[in-house]
Design a protein around this ligand. Structure first.
Ligand SMILES: Nc1ncnc2c1ncn2[C@@H]1O[C@H](COP(=O)(O)OP(=O)(O)O)[C@@H](O)[C@H]1O
Ligand SMILES: [Mg+2]
Length: 260
């Protein structure tokens, strides 16, 4: 294999991040190979969203390195780092759509901003993305008319509009009913099949994790304390992992949940 194809998509080297006195990431190491799907589990407030924001360069580590395709994000100029951000498609918690825009306008937004595509090309790409998330013809819908599941799907469509190499999903099914969760899970699988991206997904849902992951990692005390293929992860003899696998709700710290 060439060096290019063996360079991991994502490497975090001893990444530390604190807010005030609270250490959120503590010399965290993580590698994600190209095309791999990693799922990160961890209780609320452990720093899962903070971790994702480091991958995409929205947060700067206090120390340590973030390498994307072998490039140290924070040794680049701000402009160059901004360009690297286009390698990513991120679906934020709750979808984060622009409510003043239609569905079509939401998806067209990154295309208009970052490409020189003509109006027709944009329209065609928007239609393609809506097809992929199983919402064909939804362009003119208002985002306020959408159900929770549909909002996530439109968020996905916007995230993939620029054909990113790396997809980040922050709690894609949190707050959805089981049937919609299933639809979204299948959609993530379909997007993987079609786009073959590197993917990092954060979820609380074990079923979702084991369905979409090549590797499952557990974030605790600022570090990845477990990092295994789904089958092995499920079988691990560790109280924290078992609490997750058993769906132990007492594992959630109610005080920290409000901080999410
Ligand atoms: N921009 C910020 N400023 C200060 N504290 C933050 C910021 N972002 C996150 N935090 C804190 O970092 C911790 C981890 O947050 P987060 O990554 O959102 O947790 P989660 O694992 O639930 O996604 C929390 O205590 C949160 O309050
Ligand atoms: Mg979060």
């Amino acid at each position: 294999m060439t060096e290019e194809s063996t360079t991991p998509a994502i490497v975090l080297e001893k990444v530390s991040k604190r807010f005030g006195r609270k250490v959120v990431l503590d010399e965290l190491d993580l590698t994600v190979a190209k095309g791999e799907s990693l799922v990160v589990l961890g209780k609320s407030g452990t720093g899962k969203s903070v971790l994702l924001k480091h991958l995409i360069g929205l947060l700067e580590p206090d120390s340590g390195k973030v390498l994307i395709d072998g490039e140290d994000l924070w040794s680049l100029s701000e402009e160059e780092r901004g360009k690297r951000r286009r390698k990513f498609g991120m679906s934020f918690q709750e979808g984060a759509l622009f409510d003043s825009m239609t569905v079509g306008e939401n998806i067209a937004f990154p295309l208009q901003r970052h490409t020189k595509m003509s109006k027709d090309e944009v329209a065609a790409r928007v239609a393609e993305c809506l097809d992929l998330v199983k919402l064909p013809g939804a362009e003119s819908k208002k985002t306020s008319e959408l159900s929770g599941g549909m909002r996530r799907r439109v968020g996905f469509a916007r995230a993939i509009a620029l054909t990113p190499q790396i997809l980040l999903f922050d709690e894609p099914t949190t707050g959805l009913d089981p049937i919609t969760t299933d639809v979204i899970t299948k959609l993530i699988l379909a997007m993987r099949d079609k786009l073959n991206p590197t993917a990092v997904t954060i979820t609380h849902d074990l079923k979702v994790a084991f369905t979409i992951a090549d590797r499952v990692a557990l974030l605790r005390d600022g570090r990845i304390v477990m990092d295994l293929p789904p089958k092995e992860f499920e079988a691990v003899d560790d109280p924290h992992v078992k609490a997750f696998v058993a769906g132990d709700s007492s594992f959630e710290d109610p005080e920290e949940t409000t901080l999410r």
